[in-house]
Design a binder for this molecule. Sequence first.
Ligand SMILES: *[C@@H]1O[C@H](CO)[C@@H](O)[C@H](O)[C@H]1NC(C)=O
Ligand SMILES: *[C@@H]1O[C@H](CO)[C@@H](O)[C@H](O)[C@H]1NC(C)=O
Ligand SMILES: *[C@@H]1O[C@H](CO)[C@@H](O)[C@H](O)[C@H]1NC(C)=O
Ligand SMILES: *[C@@H]1O[C@H](CO)[C@@H](O)[C@H](O)[C@H]1NC(C)=O
Ligand SMILES: *[C@@H]1O[C@H](CO)[C@@H](O)[C@H](O)[C@H]1NC(C)=O
Ligand SMILES: *[C@@H]1O[C@H](CO)[C@@H](O)[C@H](O)[C@H]1NC(C)=O
Ligand SMILES: *[C@@H]1O[C@H](CO)[C@@H](O)[C@H](O)[C@H]1NC(C)=O
Ligand SMILES: *[C@@H]1O[C@H](CO)[C@@H](O)[C@H](O)[C@H]1NC(C)=O
Length: 478
Amino acid sequence: MTGSLRQMSWLLVALCAATSLTGTANGAATSSSNCSTPTHFFTQLIEHENSSSKATFQQQYQIVADHFKPGGPILYYQQAETSLFACMEWTILPEWAAELGALIITLEHRFFGLSYPSNASDPIEKYQSLTLENVMLDAVNFISHVKDTTSGAKESKVLVMGGSYGGFLTTVLKMNHPEVFYGALPFAAPLRSIGANYQNPQRYNWFKWLNQVYWDLSASAAGKMKHAFEVLGQRFHAATDTKSIAKDFGLCSVPNTTAELQEVMGVINTVQYQIPQLGFINPIGNPTGSSVEKLVNQTLLLDDPVKIINASLNMWYPSSLYPCVPWGNDESVNPTLQLDSFNYLLCKYFPLSVNEVPNGTLFVPTSVQTESDPHTCMTKYNVTPSTQDHVETQYHITRDELVNAKRILFAYNEFDPTTAVGIDPLPLTQDRNASRYMFTTLSSHGEESIASYPGDRPSVVHARNLQLQTFKEWLGMY
Ligand SMILES: *[C@@H]1O[C@H](CO)[C@@H](O)[C@H](O)[C@H]1NC(C)=O
Ligand SMILES: *[C@@H]1O[C@H](CO)[C@@H](O)[C@H](O)[C@H]1NC(C)=O
Ligand SMILES: *[C@@H]1O[C@H](CO)[C@@H](O)[C@H](O)[C@H]1NC(C)=O
Ligand SMILES: *[C@@H]1O[C@H](CO)[C@@H](O)[C@H](O)[C@H]1NC(C)=O
Ligand SMILES: *[C@@H]1O[C@H](CO)[C@@H](O)[C@H](O)[C@H]1NC(C)=O
Ligand SMILES: *[C@@H]1O[C@H](CO)[C@@H](O)[C@H](O)[C@H]1NC(C)=O
Ligand SMILES: *[C@@H]1O[C@H](CO)[C@@H](O)[C@H](O)[C@H]1NC(C)=O
Ligand SMILES: *[C@@H]1O[C@H](CO)[C@@H](O)[C@H](O)[C@H]1NC(C)=O
C-alpha cells in the first residue's frame, strides 16, 4: 500500500473553469479572478478562537448588488475546494436576486485560490488554522461585515448555499450558526460515509449507487460492463504484461507495481462515476460533452471487453484534449483542484470514504483504503481522521437534528452517487418552514442550482423554480 491520498474530484466550481487560470500547487496563487463584477479582499483573522492571536490574512470575496433592495435577503454562496473563484454572474443567483431583491455575496475558502493564510513550508504548521471552526467563522465574520457596511442590509435574512463539499459546509453553517443563517440550500451534500474504511458501515454506498445507475439505464449495457470488468480484474490481478495494459488503455505511463496497478484501477473507477455525476448539459460545466446515456449507447454496440472500458476513458479523456490517460500524481488528472489543502481537510474534518467497491456490483471489488487513510493522515499531518459519529455529533448533523432544523432544502440527483452518501428523504409535514429533501431526475451533481444555460433539462428548470418559490415562502414574500 502506498497510502497515497486519492482526492474526490466532484467539483462544482469547475463551472467557472473556463474563465480563470489555475493557482500553483503550493498556494502561491498566480490567478486573478476574471469575474465581470470585480472581486475584492477582506481582512480576516487567521485564528478566530484564539483571542491573543491577532494575525490576519486577505480573503477574496465578491458582491453583486445590482438587484438589492434595502431589507431584501442576502444570498451567500459558499466557495469550496478549488483554486478557481466561482463568479456569481455565471450562476442562477442573479435571476433569483432579481425576484427577491437580494444581495449576492460569496467568500473564497481559506487555503484556496488567493485566500492563503500561511506560507509555512511545514504542512503541520501551515494548516494549523485550517479547521472547520475557522472556516465557519470566516463566513460568519464576513457576513457580519457585509451587514455592517451595506446600507439596508442590517436586518437582511441570509440564505446560504453551496454544492458538494460546499454543500457539506452549507449544512454545517446552518446547523452551527442558525442565528446567522436563516435558510440553507445544500446541493449534493455528502453528509454520511465519513470515517476510515475499516469502521465505516456506509463505505460501499457510493459504488452500490453507481452500480444501480448503470443497471437502471440498460441491463444489457450493464451486463457487458460487468463482463468487461471481470476480464479487467483478472488481467490486473495476473499483472503479467502491464505494458500491454498501458497500450490498450492509452495510459501515459506503464504501471509497474501492484500499487500502481491499483492507482490505474482507481482512475478507471473514478471515470465510471464522473461521467454520470458530472454530465452537465451545459458547455462550461462539461466542455467535452460527457454523458452516461451516450456511454451506455456506445457500450451497447461493443463486445470487446477492452473497448468497453476504453469507451469510458475516451469519453472522459478525449484524445483531442489528452494525448494519453493521466494517472498517479499527474497534475492533469485534475488541474483545478488544490490538492494539498483539500487532502489536509479530508484528514482533519471531512474524511469522506467513497472509493471502496463491494462484491456483487459490475465493478471490480476493492477494499483498498484510499482517501484520508489514517496512516497517511498521521504521517503527513499528525492528524487522526474523524469518525461519522464524531462529525455528526460535533457539528450537529445527526438525522434527528437535521429533521428538526428549519428551512434547509437538500437537493440530490438521480445519476450522482453523492446521493448515496447524503441524507435519506425527510418526513413529510405540513410545516412550510420544515427542512425538505428534493430529488431531481436526469441531472447531475448540483446542476439544478448553480448553472443556468439555455437547453437545460426540464427537471433542472423545475428544480430552480421550486427552490425560488420555497425561498419566497420562507421569507414571507409570496
Ligand atoms: C478574462 O476575460 C478576458 C475577456 O473575455 C479574456 O481575454 C482573458 O483571457 C480572461 N483572463 C483570464 C485570466 O481568464
Ligand atoms: C494563541 O495565540 C498566541 C499568540 O500568537 C500563541 O502564543 C498561543 O500559542 C496561541 N494559543 C493556542 C491555544 O494556539
Ligand atoms: C505569503 O507570501 C506572499 C508573497 O511574499 C505575501 O504577499 C503574503 O503576505 C504572505 N502571506 C502570509 C500569510 O504571510
Ligand atoms: C483505447 O483508446 C486509446 C486512445 O484513443 C487508443 O490508443 C487504444 O488503441 C484504444 N484501445 C483499443 C484496444 O482499441
Ligand atoms: C515502469 O517501468 C518503465 C520501464 O522501466 C518505465 O519507463 C516507466 O516510467 C515505469 N513507470 C512508472 C509509472 O514509473
Ligand atoms: C441513445 O440511444 C437511444 C436509442 O437509440 C436514443 O433515443 C438516445 O437519444 C441516445 N442517447 C444519446 C445521449 O445518445
Ligand atoms: C468478497 O468476496 C471475497 C471472496 O469470496 C471475500 O473474501 C470477501 O470477504 C468479500 N468481501 C465482502 C466485502 O463481502
Ligand atoms: C416560517 O417561519 C417564519 C419565522 O418563524 C414565520 O414568520 C413564517 O410565517 C413561517 N412561514 C410559514 C409558511 O410557515
